[in-house]
Write a protein that binds this ligand. Structure first.
Ligand code: NAI
Length: 343
């Protein structure tokens, strides 16, 4: 509480400057889980983003420390840390345009993302309740795994509070897209900046479907293609293994999360044609019982502007998609059932 107040006073000067701008130029971004492995570098990247005018950093421990540290960086945004005091979380959230949620436990070697469900489901449910109460208009970016289940958890909580707007809820799958363009560039010896691979489906194992047929290298096939698809689907395991018990991807995830937040902020300011693959409440496969699906989504001032379909797929990718839909259906139901049983 005290630290939060002190941080606010210290940066009052910057705040004044920010408030002299018109309200449409003000963008408060809150990070829940800001002191964690992802939260810290993500907050650093957001501090460097000129679209962000106010950064609210909440964690069950360590928020004010991270905020004090970042607040010395000479960019124009204010940074305030919040702790789990009775009003800490709601103060962090109030007035936020974007709320990023990387709170929760990461994987250890041998674990799947689904193994995190028991711990992270209740963390995300409780944070979602707070967002629904304090900033129901915010765009929510869910990073905490298993994303395939935590996004439906947020939607159920919002529905139960009567504030659900599917246009404003996003599962962050950007890291799969970042990995796909990097990995294909390594296979082809190209610059990853020129590689774009749409990745659709969900965010774990076989639910991740890279559409190489829509990349710059549609003719990739045989063992090279199979290996690349597998690496994109299970790239996270490489990091979990290399960190040897110390967690999963944090730095590349922070990069991916910051990129997605930046895309939303640009779209909110009226930039047209901003498209990012993301896991959203989607009409594409609802007739097959799949309520949420990641595909390329055009972003706009209200969040989701237009959900793009996956296009015509070759047989190989159709098979991958089938396996993805099957897995997604179960993961999504698990999230919905959790909130029904543990409201
Ligand atoms: P971490 O353990 O380093 O950090 C998590 C932070 O959350 C900690 O600072 C902890 O104090 C905080 N926290 C726990 N409960 C909280 C609560 N109720 N409210 C606020 N903060 C709370 O974990 P890391 O590596 O940052 O990973 C976070 C999550 O992100 C994990 O679930 C991980 O699986 C997921 N992840 C998602 C990716 C994606 O592509 N969507 C990629 C990599 C990780």
């Amino acid at each position: 509480m005290f630290a939060a107040r002190a941080a606010r006073q210290t940066f009052g000067l910057f705040q004044k400057r920010a408030f002299s701008a018109s309200s449409s130029q003000l963008s408060k971004v809150a990070v829940l889980g800001a002191a964690g492995g992802i939260g810290q570098p993500l907050s650093l990247l957001l501090k460097l983003n000129p679209h962000v005018t106010e950064l609210a950093l909440y964690d069950i421990r360590g928020g004010p420390g991270v905020a004090a540290d970042l607040s010395h960086i000479n960019t124009n945004s204010t940074v305030t840390g919040y702790e789990p005091t009775p009003t800490g979380l709601s103060e962090a959230l109030k007035g936020s345009e974007i709320v990023l949620i990387p709170a929760g436990v990461p994987r250890k070697p041998g674990m799947t993302r689904d193994d995190l469900f028991n711990t992270n489901a209740s963390i995300v449910r409780d944070l979602a309740k707070a967002v629904a109460d304090a900033s129901p208009e915010a765009k929510i970016l869910v990073i905490s795994n298993p994303v395939n289940s935590t996004v439906p958890i947020v939607s159920e909580v919002f529905k139960s509070k009567g504030v659900y707007n599917p246009k404003r809820l996003f599962g962050v799958t950007t890291l799969d897209v970042v990995r796909a363009s990097r990995f294909i560039s390594q296979v082809k010896g190209t610059d990853p900046a020129n590689e774009a691979v749409p990745v659709v489906g969900g965010h774990s194992g076989v639910t991740i479907v890279p559409l190489l047929s829509q990349s710059n290298h549609p003719s990739l096939d045989g063992e090279a293609r199979d290996k690349l698809v597998h690496r994109i689907q299970f790239g996270g395991d490489e990091v979990v293994k290399a960190k040897d018990g110390a967690g999963s991807a944090t730095l590349s995830m922070a990069f991916a999360g910051a990129r997605f937040a930046e895309s939303l902020l640009k779209a909110a300011k009226g930039e047209k044609g901003v498209v990012e693959p993301t896991f959203v409440d989607s009409p594409l496969y609802k007739d097959q019982g799949v309520e949420f699906f990641a595909s390329r989504v055009e972003l706009g001032p209200n969040g989701v502007e237009k959900i793009l379909d996956v296009g015509k797929l070759p047989e190989y990718e159709e098979k991958l998609l089938e396996a993805s839909l099957d897995g997604l259906k179960k993961n999504i139901q698990k999230g919905i059932d959790f909130v029904k049983a543990n409201p």
